[in-house]
Structure formats: structure tokens, C-alpha cells
Design a protein around this ligand. Structure first.
Ligand code: SF4
Ligand code: SF4
Length: 444
């Protein structure tokens, strides 16, 4: 496919910034966290519609047993990560302020596996997509987009390239790197399954050049496979953002209102693609995930395989607790992660890191007036104008935000806030501005 027509300057990701990598845990092999005494599993752990509980208080459940599901297409089922007893189903408010039911399960310590866990029968594309949905998989890189939806675009014949996102450009996070170093066979098997069942002839594995060992390992494996190549990418932020990665590896532009499949691409996170292979082999749905625990407040930073629903506090305890009082805790990395104020909050499917900063590392710079330096514009991958968006938001100029300022293109990468000398909270304002536009559009 030729480079698509770029009629608008906006949406062509041209800019990036340098951020310190702090990949301290690169060489920390994944440690498996013991099963916690209880888990809390919210019915929304993905982009899309929440699930409905299919168990009730008092039910005994096993590992891999379905506990939440829905008929909605844009959703993914939820399974128990422990065997034990359902002790409550109550309202839960996630860090984004969304309210959903959450199922609390007290572990019996047995980890008895559900009889429903068995490898799926896959003979066709339809079987494959059904299996991916049943696996409960959502984008493990942080976005939480249901994978079966991503693999099932409206016009599948248009798709000619699978892009495996192994950039991992966020500071601190090394969970995907560990997947590459520990499970390269699963990655290759997952890629081949996706290529086979979706009839995709080409796959690009995009890895930043600060991971030379992963590049070497996967390049050697890719040499033996038809249509699979490793692309070495510059270590810049936000190299792993979907639209940026697609542009940098194919020169195709995912414009406003488009999805990657519109430009012939399906992007998948590297840990997600490896999980697909494991699910097809074992039938064990998504009940645990690897995450990086790091930051100046953490005693022993490491990569940990965590049962979904374990509390942040239990994961921190497994890492030796805090060595300093945490002033800021992120679900995800410091650039795109979400502030978490309650350490009883559970680990969910799209949670790739817990980063905890002490007083010294946490940034609480005071905002001052915009000096119109233009650095935020120069840093924005999509050439947006964050200072103008901020002004339009405060004036509630919905048409301007939606129209010329194109706020809906903002991917909340945080580059603008990072470079702003006046420490304006630009990305936070952009999120509010996007909500304002969404609300106004829904009303009409
Ligand atoms: S967060 Fe800022 S830099 Fe990133 S896309 Fe949005 S406006 Fe651009
Ligand atoms: S970087 Fe900050 S100070 Fe400079 S124009 Fe943007 S908002 Fe204003």
C-alpha cells in the first residue's frame, strides 16, 4: 500500500521528545507473586462496555472461571484469578471516576483450576476471533482495547501489515522487554497465528534501539520466518504511541476519525501477541499479568507476575514495601499513567506498571502564566496547539476545540506538559476539553 494522502498537516506525527529512560528493571527477571488472600475484580478492565457479574455472593469459584461478561461487542469477559468464595459484589469507582460493580473473592489458597479451562478448538478465522474474545484479552500495553475487536476490522481485506508494538517508550516500564527476553517463542507463535488466521502477509516488530538484546534475539528468530521483520526505532517519546509507531514504521497516517485498519494496519502490543499463543495452547484466560514496579519510593523495584485483582499495596509489599513515603503513585508510567490515591486499588488487565515516587522525585511544580514560547506546539506529535486548547477550554469554545484545534486527536501523551517551562497542566486540561466536546456531541 502506498503512503496515504496526507491532506492535513495535523495528524501526521512528526515530533517527539527525549525523556530519561530509567529502565532500572530491565534485567529483573519476572517474579511470580504469591496468591493474595483476596482479590477485587472490577467489571470494567477494558475500553468499552462494562461486564455484568455472572456469579453471586457466596458462590465458590475456581481459577479461570468466568465471573463477568456482556453481549456488548466492545468489551471482554472477566475471569477469576483465584479459587475461593465470592464475598461481595459492590460498587467500585475507578481512578477515572467510573462506577462499576466489582467482585471480591476470598482465596482458599488451593488455586483449583476451572473445568472450563481447556485449549480452544481453532480451525478457522471465526474460531480464532471467538477464542481471542473468550480469552478476555485486551491491549496489555495500557490502552485496554479489546483484542478481538481490533482483530476484526470492517474491511479486513484492506489490512496488509501487523505491527507488533515492542517500543515501550515510557520511562521505567520494562514489562514488555521482559516478555521479549523470557518468552520470544510465544511472541513468534502469536504473530504467526494472527498472520495465518487474518491472512496478513507482513509483520513489523518495532523495538526502540535502547533494547539491543531484544532486537538481536527477535531478529535472529524473525530471519527464519517469512514476512516477519524487526524494525529498530529511535528511543524517543512517544515512539510506542499507536499512531506514531504506525507512521514511523510504514509512513502511513492514521488521520482524525480513522482507525489503524483504515490504513491497512493492525497494531498489537508485544505481550498481547504472546498471550494469544499461550491461550491457544492452554486455554487459560487472562487472569494475571506482568507489571513493572519501580520509582524512588519502592524498596526493591522488580517485574512481577501479578494475579488480577491483587491490591497495589500487596504488590508493593511483595517488592519489600516502601523505603520512603510515597508522594505520587501511578497506574502505568509517569508520562501517561493515572494517579492512584488509594493503594487498595486492584491491578487490572491494562495496568502495566506501578510507579511510586517519593517527595524528591514527585513533581509538584507551581503553574505560572503562559509565556507563549510555543514549546508545547513544537513538542506535540500531532502539531496540536495545547496553549490555545487550554484557552478555548476555559472559554468553553466547543466548536473551536472540536474544529480547528482538533482536541480529539490528542492522545494524552504528556509531551506538552513535560516541556512547558510555565508548568501548565496542559494534558490534564486536554482531557477535560475532550470530555467537554464528547458531552456536547452526545447532547446534539
Ligand atoms: S498530550 Fe499534548 S503533546 Fe500529547 S498529543 Fe495531546 S496536545 Fe499533543
Ligand atoms: S509551553 Fe507552556 S508557556 Fe510555552 S506556549 Fe505552551 S503553555 Fe505557554
Amino acid at each position: 500500500m502506498e503512503e496515504n494522502d496526507v491532506s492535513k498537516f495535523v495528524a501526521k506525527p512528526l515530533h517527539s521528545i527525549s525523556v530519561p529512560h530509567y529502565k532500572n528493571t530491565m534485567d529483573s527477571g519476572t517474579e511470580i507473586m504469591p496468591v493474595p488472600e483476596k482479590v477485587l475484580l472490577p467489571m470494567i478492565q477494558h475500553m468499552g462496555a462494562p461486564c455484568e457479574p455472572v456469579v453471586k455472593v457466596g458462590d465458590l469459584v475456581k481459577v479461570g472461571q468466568l465471573i463477568g461478561d456482556t453481549d456488548a461487542f466492545m468489551s471482554a469477559p472477566i475471569y477469576s484469578s483465584v479459587s475461593g468464595k465470592v464475598t461481595s459484589i459492590s460498587e467500585f469507582i475507578n481512578p477515572m471516576g467510573m462506577r462499576t460493580p466489582a467482585i471480591a473473592i476470598e482465596s482458599d489458597g488451593e488455586q483449583a483450576i476451572s473445568e472450563d479451562v481447556r485449549p480452544p478448538e481453532v480451525h478457522s478465522k471465526e474460531d480464532f476471533l471467538k477464542a481471542v474474545r473468550k480469552s478476555g484479552l485486551v491491549g496489555l500495553g495500557g490502552a485496554g482495547f479489546p483484542t478481538h475487536v481490533k482483530l476484526n476490522p470492517k474491511d479486513p481485506d484492506k489490512v496488509d501489515t501487523l505491527i507488533v508494538n515492542a517500543a515501550e517508550c515510557e520511562p521505567f516500564i520494562t514489562a514488555d522487554y521482559r516478555e521479549m527476553m523470557e518468552n520470544p517463542d510465544d511472541i513468534m507463535d502469536g504473530i504467526k497465528l494472527v498472520m495465518h488466521y487474518l491472512n496478513i502477509k507482513k509483520c513489523i516488530i518495532g523495538i526502540e534501539n535502547n533494547k539491543p538484546r531484544a532486537i538481536k534475539l527477535l531478529s535472529k528468530m524473525a530471519e527464519k520466518e517469512r514476512g516477519i521483520e524487526v524494525m529498530t526505532l529511535k528511543s524517543v517519546y512517544p515512539q510506542g504511541a499507536e499512531k506514531v509507531l504506525i507512521y514511523n514504521s510504514t509512513k502511513r497516517v492514521v488521520g482524525e476519525g480513522m482507525i489503524p485498519a483504515d490504513v491497512g494496519v493492525i497494531p498489537m502490543n508485544v505481550s498481547s501477541v504472546a498471550f494469544v499463543a499461550r491461550y491457544i495452547k492452554t486455554g487459560m484466560p487472562l487472569i494475571s499479568r506482568r507489571l513493572t514496579v519501580d520509582g524512588s519510593a519502592v524498596q526493591t523495584p522488580k517485574n512481577v507476575m501479578v494475579p488480577l485483582g491483587a491490591s497495589f499495596q500487596s504488590v508493593i509489599d511483595f517488592c519489600g514495601g516502601f523505603k520512603a513515603e510515597p508522594k505520587e503513585v501511578f497506574m502505568g508510567g509517569p508520562m501517561m499513567g493515572i494517579d492512584v490515591f488509594n493503594l487498595e486499588y486492584p491491578v487490572i488487565k491494562n495496568n502495566n506498571a506501578i510507579i511510586a515516587f517519593d517527595e524528591r522525585q514527585a513533581v509538584h511544580a507551581k503553574e505560572s502564566n503562559c509565556i507563549r514560547c510555543g514549546r508545547c506546539v513544537a513538542a506535540c506529535p500531532f502539531n496540536l496547539m495545547p496553549a490555545a486548547i487550554e484557552k478555548a477550554y476555559h472559554l468553553k469554545q466547543v466548536d473551536a476545540l472540536k474544529g480547528p484545534l482538533k482536541v480529539m486527536l490528542c492522545m494524552e501523551c504528556g509531551c506538552c506538559s513535560y516541556v512547558c517551562p510555565a508548568k501548565r497542566q496542559l494534558v490534564a486540561t486536554n482531557k477535560l476539553a475532550k470530555n467537554l466536546v464528547r458531552k456536547a456531541t452526545t447532547k446534539k
